[in-house]
Write a protein that binds this ligand. Sequence first.
Ligand SMILES: Nc1ncnc2c1ncn2[C@@H]1O[C@H](COP(=O)(O)OP(=O)(O)OP(=O)(O)O)[C@@H](O)[C@H]1O
Length: 292
Amino acid sequence: MSAVCNSEAVIEVRGLAKRYADNQVLDDVSLRVESGSILGLVGRNGAGKSTLLRCMLGLLRADTGQAFVQRRDATRLDDQTKSALSYVPQLPDSFPWMTVGAMLDFVGSLYPNWDVELVKRLLERWELSRARQLNKLSPGERQQVALIRALGSRPRLLVLDEPAAALDPVARRELLREIVGSAAEQGATVILSTHIVSDLERIASEVAFLHQGRLLLQAGLDELKDEVRRIVLPADFSLPQERLPGEIVRHRLGDGGYSVLLRLAAGSASPLPGRFQAQALGLEDLFLELVR
Ligand SMILES: Nc1ncnc2c1ncn2[C@@H]1O[C@H](COP(=O)(O)OP(=O)(O)OP(=O)(O)O)[C@@H](O)[C@H]1O
């Protein structure tokens, strides 16, 4: 594996594969994340999202393929690249014996750009006392502290694994605002995995759909709205066996017809007759259509 790549992307993943026993968790996944993007990684339980995030950051070795963070081999990052990166796992549980304040002060002392004011503001907003012990917090509070810790270092790259899963709607809204703020004010790049696709509709610039270890689709939110269409075909329509131009996925319907998902670049004609209505889908419906 080469130690550097010449891509401008903040994250570049090429042909990643990972298997546990006979479970192929990642299968030939390639992905690019450009600077300043907010990428939402969507997939069902067990789709491989956490595994992909960990391989992407070099925290887990893939069987094959390559991952680069800021053009460096993810498994051999230097301290400077690491200090500009924050990763919050799905179940953060570091330093359980410490108080919230002691942990944040300790972590803050390791980062030259630690934002004391931001940390204070978030602790107040989420009503988290510095005196509380980490192992006595609820899962949602623990998640909030982990997020404060991640945001406090003002990272250039913020990677969040299901950050909102344990948060109430108010805390979730505030977290999303902070994420957008980090991206807008400091040009940070954000990658977050989630099941809550409505959150992504609010904040993501791009979405990637992972299903059974394969990346089915990665596109900008605007491109998805403009280019992806669902066409329902009746049972008496003879759909060719081979994939249509722009076809993402097709499903057989209960009545013998087909639902076909197509990505049609602006100005390109549909490969299916115009009498069949092409339907634009919101993110949630698109997700359901991709994984059903
Ligand atoms: N260390 C491991 N050993 C064996 N199997 C594993 C290991 N880690 C993950 N897996 C399996 O890999 C698959 C993908 O897991 P992963 O945690 O990446 O999915 P996910 O998309 O993040 O799921 P969720 O949304 O439920 O968190 C699952 O079937 C899981 O059981």
